[in-house]
Design a protein around this ligand. Structure first.
Ligand code: GLU
Length: 511
């Protein structure tokens, strides 16, 4: 059997949507599982939709996730170039060949004429007018004008496109790995433009020519390309490449978290979560997007989450690192129905991966967030803080909100608790306790704990009356990691200063 070769073939028309990342991932997994080759091909023939920076973004996203292509624009390879704009010469000859064989034709209808024609047809009650077998003979093309006349016009410089001549009344069938037998009636298909007026191919032609010459064995891509596949099958047939036609696997749609329809780039802003792997900045603020990375996701969690959006291992197992995914992955376990995007599940995965990190590793992960906030810290303390905070964090930036008190004295107090509890005798006990802590020579967890617990017990006090006040005084909140550990990390001086500041503030709160 031929060596398996798959390609991820994005168009650099903007940032890569998370659905595109899933396509890349499935291609990668399938290649790795089968000792095949994972190829990156940049499909940039549509100059009007080209967005600067998009190709770089795609590469960076793949690199962040560790989905490294073996062949591609940067890696090179035997079947290059891997950017369609650099393969221009190749496509024109196949468009011409198709015309010569009678499977395609030259069309001279200008965009303006087509527009008018569509309007006219719609006004006459045609729902969505198509340039197809039923209309092509009333248009301005070489089928009507005759080839000689058409060639003459081309020679004179009249702009033209090449259209595929889709046969009438034929059932086009192909076998999709995910959906089984898929069939289209050719009467539903339009005569797609395969070569544009600028001499560049459209996606359909370029894609087929490249898949053929790059010896692609499997095309794994989003469901939105399913109907184009009928055109592609025709192209393979007409070019006599049927024997090398790749197998197809169309991946299910990614659905909105709630309601109907597919997940769109605007859903990110709407629901407050990322739908792109990395942040993207554009001149138009509406097109600025936050990425999974910048939202605080780990690449391994993002991969695990995406892998299960449309594929399942056939059992209840959920945790899969890349290596395990490679072992378990198979195309026949891809589901047909749309996969609902669930950000809570994504966060859950992230937490699972964070919990696997050592304290040292976790400290390195939170460090950039803390530095970005402008907070100072002692390295050694950071590892301890990491250990305490790790179980409390789903997304990395939460370290700021949930662990602020480790890095700054500038935090708010939970006023509700203060109002409820800052009164005698509670407050006298807390003040007394502060004095005891001040006398403590060895300010370590065990000793701090002995003093506080001992005092509460010796005086027959209720924990619930004293402890929340201590916590709020030192950290501002009643939620947080072990208070004795926290105090040890903060150190005696800081804790005492915090008590003083808090006592003043508490007084004014209860006034
Ligand atoms: N350039 C197409 C895209 O942007 C590729 C589709 C395919 O994989 O054939 O998705």
């Amino acid at each position: 059997m031929n060596k398996i070769r798959v390609r991820f073939a994005p168009s650099p028309t903007g940032p890569l949507h998370i659905g595109g990342v899933r396509t890349a991932l499935y291609n990668y997994l399938f290649a790795k599982k089968n000792n095949g080759t994972f190829i990156l091909r940049i499909e940039d023939t549509d100059q009007t939709r080209y967005v600067p920076g998009a190709e770089e973004y795609i590469k960076k996203s793949l690199a962040w996730l560790g989905l490294n292509p073996e062949e591609g624009p940067d890696q090179g390879g035997e079947y290059g170039p891997y950017r369609q704009s650099e393969r221009k010469e190749l496509y024109g000859q196949y468009a011409k060949k198709l015309v010569d064989m009678g499977y395609a034709y030259y069309a001279f209808d200008t965009p303006d004429e087509l527009d008018k024609w569509r309007k006219k047809m719609t006004a006459a009650g045609v729902h969505s007018p198509k340039y197809d077998h039923s209309t092509r003979m009333s248009m301005n093309n070489s089928l009507v004008l005759g080839k000689e006349k058409a060639l003459q016009m081309i020679k004179e410089g009249v702009p033209f496109v090449v259209r595929l001549k889709v046969p009438e009344n034929e059932t086009i069938v192909f076998d999709d790995i995910v959906r089984g037998n898929v069939s289209f009636n050719s009467n539903e298909l339009d005569d797609k433009v395969i070569l544009k007026a600028d001499g560049l191919p459209t996606y359909h032609l370029a894609n087929i020519v490249d898949d053929y010459f790059m010896k692609i064995t499997h095309v794994i891509r989003g469901e939105e390309w399913l109907s184009s596949t009928a055109h592609h099958v025709l192209l393979y047939r007409y070019l006599c490449w049927e024997d090398s036609m790749p197998r197809f696997a169309h991946l299910p749609l990614l659905l909105k978290p709630v309601g109907k329809g597919k997940l769109s780039k605007r859903d990110g802003a709407k629901f407050g979560f990322p739908v792109f792997p990395l942040s993207w900045e554009s001149d138009n603020p509406e097109d600025n997007f936050i990425g999974f990375k910048e939202f605080g996701f780990l690449p391994e969690a993002t991969i695990n989450f995406l892998a299960l959006l449309g594929w399942n291992p056939g059992n209840d197992e959920e945790m899969f690192e890349l290596e395990e995914l490679i072992k378990s992955f198979s195309l026949d376990k891809i589901v047909k129905s749309g996969a609902r995007f669930n950000i809570d599940k994504a966060k859950w995965f992230n937490q699972q991966y964070l919990l696997k990190k050592s304290d040292e590793e976790f400290a390195e992960l939170i460090k950039p967030w803390i530095e970005k906030e402008g907070f100072n810290f002692v390295e050694e303390d950071l590892v301890k803080i990491a250990g305490l905070m790790k179980p409390r964090i789903e997304l990395l930036p939460e370290i700021i909100e949930k662990g602020k008190f480790f890095f700054t004295d500038d935090f708010d107090y939970d006023e509700k608790i203060v109002r409820k509890k800052w009164k005698s005798p509670n407050k006298d006990h807390v003040i007394e306790l502060k004095g005891k802590l001040a006398n403590l020579e060895n300010f370590i967890k065990k000793e701090i704990e002995n003093i506080i617990k001992g005092y509460i017990e010796d005086n027959n006090l209720s924990f619930g009356n004293i402890f929340p006040l201590l916590r709020v005084a030192v950290t501002g909140t009643t939620k947080g990691p072990d208070l004795f550990d926290t105090m040890e990390i903060l150190g005696k001086n800081k804790v005492l200063l915090r008590f003083d500041a808090a006592f003043d503030r508490f007084e004014s709160i209860v006034k």
